[in-house]
Design a protein around this ligand. Structure first.
Ligand code: 2HG
Ligand code: ZN
Length: 471
């Protein structure tokens, strides 16, 4: 049974908003009430579709008055339940707020509304010769507002960093409907606390980002992609060290296991560009200066990888199409996993110089705990970030599989803690990782989170229960 909303509230909505503003059909609530994690039981009371910041503000003023909880929702590509409504909340979808301004070529910036789709922003900037460099497989669905509120990472973090580095200004609506304009868009502004960053990565628990001024950059001149097969984890790190010293600017250093490659080949009908099979595969992307001398240095660099037996095999893209094929393999892993069945996901990070030791212990842990269960490891190894996925065997009951995975998580997070890592590198905490936050954040830190939440959302109405519980 879906939660009924107060009649007075509904009549005020009817009086003050367009007819299609609040939708309550079961199908709409199910669709807009969940994210890609598809693990939680969804219970959304209604979905609101504002067209402007003013409408967001008017709605929040009302929900504040009536003590109604609101879950902000973007492209819903998150994997931690951060945008999932599980407790009769009103979901506020930003999809109608998708306008993009003109690219400011001199200031290298762009004003966008929160619902602008990442890939369309990329195309819009490209037409002006500029780039918003946050890039990941879900870019065709994800929204800028969601990227910022979750501080999305992706495949180019090694070079560009996370979303928070690429925002100059924000417009935010606070839980009581107040509009906060943090959009002076100054590169330099040392006037105390940077309030913009408070709303980046806090998953819409403190305010709803309704618009942003994005910081842009020039795109790389000439990209070169490599796909390598290596024997084992040790070789991955030897290759990484060579890549750090290579005659190019490293733009991406991604890795997938043999199990991941096999899965992508069977589920997505993609083929490895290499004949040789290995224990793991590396997709390396580099910006290479288009000069003969550099090209020669690059060939020498490649040759020594073979003579030193760091790689078993490797290939270099001869065209943008070939490079796209390498990326399709890497970025196809989550989709192939999704097709394979129910997967229990983790997204952890450890400082890259400690990662090899961590993986050795992780392999031992998984071999002992996941007997008879396929595990798939891939991710942004150059950032110290691994995506760990355990696939439910056909015969296993979902509930007992989930329970088992949670007991393994406890051990996994102990290990992450031992290595001073993070239990969520880029997917956030949402609801799914909340119980484990203490492995990565001290009691004092969590207390400070709660204090800030109390200050901005004293009634705990905005995305309640995500990341932390209130004081
Ligand atoms: C990726 O790197 C995404 O492809 C998704 O962060 C990771 O599905 C996953 O585990
Ligand atoms: Zn990722």
């Amino acid at each position: 049974m879906r939660k009924t909303l107060p009649a007075d509230f509904l009549s005020l909505i009817e009086k003050n908003f367009p007819k299609d503003f609040l939708q309550r059909s079961e199908a709409t609530c199910a669709q807009y009430g969940d994210d890609w994690s598809k693990t939680l039981t969804i219970d959304a009371a209604a979905i609101a579709f504002p067209r402007s910041t003013q409408e967001v503000s008017k709605l929040l003023a009302l929900t504040y008055e009536f003590n109604l909880a609101v879950v902000p929702s973007g492209g819903r590509t998150g994997l931690a339940g951060g945008a999932s409504a599980t407790n009769g909340e009103i979901v506020l979808s930003l999809e109608r707020m998708n306008k993009m301004g003109e690219v400011d070529v001199l200031g290298q910036s762009l004003h966008v509304e929160a619902g602008a789709i990442t890939e369309l922003v990329h195309q819009h900037c490209e037409a002006a010769g500029l780039l918003w460099p946050i890039d990941f497989a879900a870019k065709g669905s994800s929204h800028i507002g969601g990227n910022l509120s979750t501080n999305a990472g992706g495949v180019k973090v090694i070079h560009y960093g996370m979303s928070r580095n690429w925002v100059l200004g924000l417009e935010v609506v606070l839980p009581n409907g107040e509009i906060l304009s943090l959009d002076s868009a100054l590169e330099k502004n040392n006037t105390g606390l940077d309030l913009r960053q408070l709303f980046v990565g806090t998953e819409g628990t403190l305010g709803i980002i309704t618009a942003a001024i994005l910081k842009l950059t020039r795109p790389p001149e000439s990209l070169q992609s490599f796909f390598f097969a290596v024997k084992d984890t040790a070789s991955v790190f030897q290759l990484f060290l060579e890549a750090r010293k290579g005659p190019f600017k490293l733009m991406a250093f991604e890795c997938l296991s043999e199990a991941c490659l096999k899965l992508v080949e069977t589920k997505m009908s993609l083929l490895s560009p290499l004949q040789t099979r290995g224990g793991a595969y590396v997709l390396l992307e580099a910006e290479v200066a288009p000069s003969d001398a550099v090209r020669e240095a690059q060939e020498k660099w490649l040759e020594q990888l073979f003579t030193k037996e760091i790689v078993l095999d490797g290939t270099m893209s001869q065209s943008p199409r070939e490079a796209r094929n390498y990326w399709a393999i890497r970025e196809g892993v989550p989709e192939a996993l999704f097709m394979a069945g129910y997967v229990h996901k983790n997204d952890i990070s450890v400082s890259v110089s400690k990662l090899e030791g961590f993986i050795t212990e992780l392999d031992t842990l998984f071999a002992a705990e996941y007997k008879g269960i396929e595990t798939y490891t891939f991710g942004h190894i150059g950032d110290g970030n691994l995506h760990l996925n355990a696939l439910r065997p056909d015969h296993a009951n979902l509930e007992s599989f989930q329970k088992h995975c949670h007991t393994v998580d406890e051990k996994l997070f102990q290990l992450v803690k031992k290595y001073s890592g993070s239990i969520s590198a880029e997917h956030g905490i949402g609801l799914l990782k909340k119980d484990f936050l203490h492995f990565s954040r001290s009691e004092r830190e969590i207390e400070i989170f709660r204090g800030i939440k109390k200050l901005l959302d004293p009634k705990n109405l905005l995305n309640p229960g995500k990341i932390i519980d209130p004081l």
